[in-house]
Design a binder for this molecule. Structure first.
Ligand code: E4P
Length: 222
């Protein structure tokens, strides 16, 4: 499974890049707002992320509300850097814009996917990525992983990863990552905090402490 980081924070992206396992970045208006982003800096900031990530797909979300607006903004965002993927919300306007942008050779990540029919329509319109959200289902007392399972099975019945990849989004926990991988989702986009939790295991900490203590005996420092 590929790991994307779900953030607009340059330092967080640098941290994940340093780990050597980052395959892409996803952003959204809320994540940009969370870092104190200003409208006038938006394009510059997306360009910085795209350049920092050197060829990895970076999703920049359009905030237009009509198909025409999404197409115009999408073309502009895609012109900022070759690795920018235009993120569009599922809906009639989003589908129309996806179809038009695909014809231009622009990759689209269709977001806010909560059902298999939404994902199938996005893929049929030409979305390069579909982003089903997991955590937000859990937030309302549903089971996000069960929902993801249905979406993965339906999309994989018809599309190869070369055509459409599934980005597990709204990931909150290492368990979400494990379950998404078991289901065969192509990608998980994960906030840095959850990525850091994925690194941890109490037995790893315990094992490391033991190795350090034993090595001190070997070196005569114990
Ligand atoms: C997806 O690309 C979204 O940016 C993101 O995963 C949403 O996650 P949230 O539900 O934690 O806001």
């Amino acid at each position: 499974m590929k790991f994307f980081i779900d953030t607009a924070d340059l330092d967080e992206i640098k941290t994940a890049l340093d780990w050597g396992c980052l395959a892409g970045v996803t952003t959204n208006p809320s994540l940009y707002s969370r870092i104190g982003g200003k409208l006038e800096d938006f394009e510059d900031h997306m360009t910085k992320i795209a350049n920092l990530c050197e060829g990895l797909p970076v999703s920049a979300e359009s905030t237009a509300t009509t198909a025409e607006g999404m197409i115009e903004e999408g073309r502009h965002l895609a012109s900022l850097a070759p690795n920018i993927v235009v993120k569009l919300p599922i809906g009639a306007a989003g589908l129309e814009a996806t179809h038009a942008l695909k014809a231009d050779g622009v990759n689209v990540n269709m977001t806010l996917i909560f059902s298999a029919p939404q994902a199938l329509l996005a893929a049929a319109a030409g979305a390069r990525y579909v982003s089903p959200f997991v955590g937000r289902f859990d937030d309302i007392g549903d089971n996000g992983i069960d929902q993801l399972a249905t979406i993965v099975q339906c999309v994989k019945n018809y599309y190869t990863p070369d055509q459409c990849e599934i980005i597990t989004a709204s990931v909150r926990t290492p368990q979400h990552v494990t379950e998404a991988a078991l289901l065969g989702a192509d990608i998980a986009t994960v906030p840095l905090g959850a990525l850091e939790k994925c690194l941890k295991h109490p037995l790893t900490d315990q094992g490391l402490a033991q190795f350090e203590a034993d090595w001190k005996k070997v070196t005569g420092q114990a």
